[in-house]
Ligand binder design. Sequence first.
Ligand code: APR
Length: 232
Amino acid sequence: MILTGAGISKESGLDTFRCEDGIWSRVSLEDVATPEGFARNPRLVHEFYNARRSKLCDPEIAPNAAHLALARLEQEWPGDVFLVTQNIDDLHERAGNRNLLHMHGELKKIRCDACDAHMEWVDELGVEHGCPQCHVVGRLRPHVVWFGEMPIGMDRIYEALDRCTLFMSIGTSGHVYPAAGFVSHVRMYTRAHTVELNMEPSNGATLFAETIYGPATEVVPAYIEALLSRPR
Ligand code: APR
C-alpha cells in the first residue's frame, strides 16, 4: 500500500502546498479550497483551478523517475500494489499505475452540483458554463475534495490498510487527515512494515519503522529497486 503526496510531483514541476514557496504561502486555502470559499467567490476558485489545470496540461509536465518506479512496482511485484494519492494531478496514471485511487479528487475532472454528473474536463471552467448533462448553468465545480469535505474511497482505503503488509508514504508532510492517520492505523491493526520516503521528516515521521530522506526521484527508484531485487 502506497500513499503519495505533492512531494512526488515536485520534480515534475508542480508545486507542493506547505513548502516555503508552496501554494498555501501564496493563496489562502480558506478562499480556494473550502465549500464556503467557493460559495463566496466561485470566480476566484475557478481561476485557481483553471491555472493549475492548464499547468498540468503543459507538455513539459511529465511523470518523473519516482512515478515511473511506482508503476514498475505495480507491474513487477508478485502481490497487489494499491496506490492512494492525495494528488489531483494525473502523473501516476500517465506513468502507468492502474490500481490507483485519488482520495482528494482529480484536476482533469469536474462535476455538476445540480445533477451529480461527473466528466473529464481539460479546458477553463467558469460560472457561465452549463452542465452538458442537465444544462443547469453555474453549478459545475472542480472534482476535488475541499477542506471540510469527505475524501473519496475511504471504505476501500481502510480495507486495504487493514490487510497490507507494507505501507509506504511518499512526499507528504503528514498535516492533513485522514491520510496523515494511515500510518497509525497500519501500526495499530497490522504487522506491516512502515516506511516514509520524503525530502525531510514529516509531521508523523516518528511513527514509521523506517525513514529515508532525499528527493523523490532518487530515493523512490532506489527503494523500489532494492525491494524488487530482494530474495523472496
Ligand atoms: N521529493 C520528496 N519529497 C519532497 C520533495 C521532493 N522533491 N519536495 C518536497 N517534498 C516534501 C516536503 O518536504 C513535504 O514534506 O513533500 C511534502 C509535501 O507536503 P505538502 O505540501 O503538505 O503536500 P501534501 O502532504 O500532499 O498535502 C496534503 O494538503 O492542501 C492539501 O489537498 C492538499 O492533497 C493536499 C494535502
